[in-house]
Design a protein around this ligand. Structure first.
Ligand code: ZN
Ligand code: ZN
Ligand code: ZN
Length: 859
């Protein structure tokens, strides 16, 4: 055995061994308990980064741990392979998106294999594989049959100079990312998934997700945004049209003095038509539509608007309300129109102050008298109704119901529920995606592609220019087809699906990645689903995780899965961060561009900036490949796990990496130093262990097994688990079994060293497999199983008892863990530090918490 730890020599050997022996290949086995562990699959962008390394290492530890505990563990890997970067790369490097994607997959697969992850590679899938997107098209058709898919016009970001639709991510502060011209809004017919049909269920079943971080379920709850309220109709003066609003505050209706429309609301332009306001309304709308919606919905947005020239009538007070278009009203919420009550809504209040509109107080607090002339902010709390006709004098909370009843009786309104959640627009005017299986026929209209004509193959021979329509539209062989109903010439849909569609069901497909009779094969899917543990970034808290939940419910209703929810437990890991460095001449610097704090190019000092998420744009990145070359995969894994708990951000530290490597070298030396003796050490003899040091080692071993088992199994606290093993290793270094040199010493030493290897093996599997083999075993650690501990053995010999007098800490004593209570009390009273507080006092009572605390209550 090598005296020195040499990861290069062992890591690739074990990776080959696992692969050749298909150690991680699984199949359905009804006699074994299954465990499905899944990390969010990567986008094949080119190379793996430290974020991947961390995410997949966390998952790998859990997978290996569960394998060792005897579970039948499904741990698959695949590629979220459609998407825009492939098209951008095609423009830049003239590589076809297909080739670019599959080349990247090959590179990244190799890199992941080099990390030693325990994937069942036989289940690998890429969402751009024909067989995968074919069955997704089939799902689209099933959803179409069930009216879960529909087409309507909706606004998209449009770059006039590039003549193309832009995704939200391609709009950078209102400008086209490519040509830097202003982005406009354009109406286009698009396909939508009717996710709102499942809004109530998506909300209600959040309650069942006990294994999800509360932060994530809260974000989903807010995103779905269910609210109960009243819909109220407002007649428009001199018009047959009306404006309907949704409000959760019908009690303030008498105080509504004007109306605000979202710039997207088609009524806005319509009302201004032919009035003197027409031009200013048009320019205002154009300007606002370019702004980011998150900015528009922020509280400190400067409120602004423009009068449309029209008025509507308050249905209860008869007040003539001018209709405005306002920047802070969004079409996505309610009806895209808001009755403005400036006295009781802060945004309306600010707007009114700017434009000098009327204010009427309708809710009076009990302590002060509100006067519109002196109010400096809206009053939004409860109070007594005033200026509200027959509702005056009521509590406003009671008036909500009463005013709604009144509106219902008069036919002016109705009770309503509103969701913030909107239907999911899935049309993308891009090439590298799944073609939407629809045909347009002049005679028959919208015709779904018949099932037996699937798949609609994404053609390879297209021109990608980044300009104009979707590249598919410029491909006549694709576009021109015949109508499946009447046989006449017809045209194909040229949009592709949002790539979030692929990631909405891939987890179920891993149960049967090669199945070609349908998207999902019932038996394996029933066996493996749901995913027991899902691991990924918090940035997916809403969209991906909500869409996946929606799809699971649709798949269930199609009879394809038997579960309501896809992911039982969710872990959202933190980011990998590193300090940034900058040279005043050369800008952001890569770590390797800095030598001794100086810019390598010009020798100027590199300014050290903030620590933030590793990112290519700020160059504060570490390439995992370099790390592996220098230290090996096990060190990279150990560092990621030890540096912080998984849900927290990890701060990069070169010293930390070094420390991880040194620890592994230390474990290695421990084994190589005593290898022969360990191998020759027999089983532990029955007789009581005479030597206290040997007893201590044994106890520490069992305590460590207990702690690591709980830290990994219950909490995913790999960092504290590793610390515990480090403590045991330190103890073993202090202990020299050659000095005692009896059978007890050697067998206890052997037990301890074996525990170290087994406990570390899910985290640093290569080194552990090698050490295990060096100690004479021919089986892999996965089959060896997880070590167990003897609870009695793990109990401490001595415990520290804290002593309080009248609840105040006064001292502490160390006692034998098995000492009787009376004996412990006696020692507590005898304690030097406690004596002065109890001597000569009347003892009222003594409260004991066994093994922890004694509280003496004196008069
Ligand atoms: Zn442009
Ligand atoms: Zn037809
Ligand atoms: Zn420089």
């Amino acid at each position: 055995m090598d005296k020195v730890y040499n990861p290069r020599a062992i890591e690739e050997k074990w990776q080959r061994y696992w692969e050749q022996n298909k150690v991680f290949k699984v199949s359905e086995d009804p006699n074994r308990k299954k465990y499905y562990l899944l990390e969010m699959f990567p986008y094949p962008s080119g190379r793996i980064h430290m974020g991947h390394v961390r995410n997949y290492t966390i998952g790998d530890v859990v997978a290996r741990f569960m394998m060792m505990r005897g579970y039948n563990v499904l741990h698959p890997m695949g590629w979220d392979a459609f998407g825009m970067p492939a098209e951008n790369a095609a423009l830049q490097s003239k590589t076809h998106p297909h080739d670019w994607t599959y080349q990247n997959i090959d590179t990244m697969r190799q890199q992941l294999k080099r990390m030693g992850f325990s994937y069942d590679w036989d289940r690998e899938l890429a969402t751009c594989d024909l067989i995968y997107y074919k069955w997704e098209q089939w799902l689209f058709l099933k959803m179409f049959e069930r009216d879960l898919v529909y087409r309507r016009k909706s606004l998209v970001n449009w770059c006039v100079s590039c003549q193309t639709v832009l995704a939200n991510e391609q709009v950078e502060s209102g400008l086209c990312w490519r040509c830097k011209n202003e982005v406009a809004q354009k109406e286009l017919a698009q396909w939508f998934f009717r996710i709102t049909r499942y809004a109530d269920e998506l909300l209600d079943s959040l309650e069942t997700l006990k294994g999800w971080p509360e932060r994530v379920t809260t974000m989903q709850r807010n995103w779905i945004g269910k609210s109960y309220g009243t819909e109220i109709d407002f007649a428009i003066e001199n018009s047959a049209e009306k404006i309907t609003v949704f409000t959760t505050r019908p009690d303030t209706l008498y105080g509504a003095t004007f109306m605000s429309l979202a710039p997207e609301n088609p009524l806005a332009i319509k009302l201004a038509q032919g009035t003197a306001q027409q031009e200013s309304v048009r320019t205002f709308i154009e300007r606002i539509l370019k702004q980011d919606k998150t900015v528009r919905s922020s509280e400190d947005l400067e409120k602004e608007g423009v009068f449309t020239g029209a008025c509507c009538i308050n249905p209860v007070s008869g007040f003539k309300m001018p209709v405005y278009v306002a920047n802070f009203v969004l079409m996505e919420y309610g009806t895209g129109a808001v009755m403005a009550v400036p006295t009781h809504d802060q945004r309306d209040f600010e707007f009114t102050k700017k434009y000098g509109l009327e204010l009427t107080v309708v809710i009076q607090p009990e302590d002060i008298l509100l006067d519109p002339k002196t109010m400096d902010s809206a009053y939004v709390d409860d109070g007594i109704m005033v200026n509200s006709q027959q509702f005056n004098g009521m509590k406003n909370t009671a008036a909500m119901e009463k005013i709604t009843e009144h509106l219902v009786q008069q036919g002016l309104g109705r009770k309503a529920v509103n969701f913030r959640l909107k239907d999911w627009g899935i049309s993308r005017q891009r090439y590298w995606g799944n073609p939407i299986p629809i045909i347009y026929c002049d005679a028959c209209g919208i015709v779904p592609v018949p099932e037996n004509n699937l798949p609609v193959v994404l053609p390879k021979d297209v021109m990608i220019t980044g300009m104009g329509q979707s590249p598919l539209a410029g491909c006549p062989e694709f576009v021109n087809t015949s109508c499946p109903v009447c046989g006449k010439p017809a045209k194909r849909e040229t949009d592709t699906m949002d790539t979030f569609v692929e990631s909405s069901w891939y987890f179920a497909r891993y149960a049967c990645p090669e199945f070609d009779q349908g998207p999902l094969d019932a038996d394996p899917v029933r066996y493996w689903m749901p995913v027991d543990q899902y691991i990924g970034g918090i940035e997916h808290a809403v969209l991906h995780l909500l869409y996946a939940r929606f799809f699971t419910k649709v798949l269930r209703d199609l009879g394809l899965v038997a579960v309501d929810e896809p992911f039982v437990n969710l872990l959202t890991q933190g980011m990998v961060c590193k300090e940034t460095q900058r040279c005043e001449t050369h800008g952001w610097l890569y770590p390797e561009d800095v030598d001794n704090g100086l810019c390598r190019q010009c020798g100027k000092p590199a300014e050290v900036g903030r620590t933030e998420k590793m990112s290519k744009s700020t160059r504060n990145v570490v390439d995992p490949e370099q790390l592996i070359q220098k230290y090996g995969a096990d060190t990279a894994r150990l560092f990621c796990l030890f540096a912080s708990p998984p849900e927290k951000d990890l701060e990069w530290s070169d010293q930390g990496v070094d420390g991880a490597y040194r620890f592994l070298a230390r474990v290695w030396r421990l084994v190589s130093e005593f290898r022969e003796e360990i191998m020759n050490a027999g089983c532990l003899p029955e007789a009581e262990i005479a030597d206290a040091t040997v007893r201590d080692i044994r106890r520490k071993t069992h305590q460590t097994i207990k702690k690591v088992t709980a830290d990994i199994g219950e909490r995913f606290h790999f960092n504290t688990a590793i610390s515990a093993v480090m403590e045991l290793v330190n103890l073993l270094y202090q202990f020299n079994p050659r000095e005692i040199n009896n059978q007890h010493a050697w067998s206890v030493f052997r037990e301890a060293v074996e525990a170290v290897i087994l406990l570390l093996s899910p985290m640093v599997p290569h080194a552990c497999e090698e050490l295990w083999q060096e100690l004479g075993s021919s089986e892999t650690l996965i089959n060896r199983g997880w070590p167990t501990f003897d609870p009695l053995m793990a109990e401490a010999d001595e415990v520290v008892i804290v002593i309080q007098v009248n609840g105040k800490l006064r001292g502490q004593i160390t006692v034998n863990a098995k000492a009787p209570e009376e004996e412990v009390k006696k020692q507590a009273f005898a304690c030097d530090k406690v004596q002065p507080w109890v001597a000569g006092k009347e003892i009222k009572k003594v409260i004991t918490v066994p093994g922890k605390l004694i509280n003496i209550v004196v008069k």
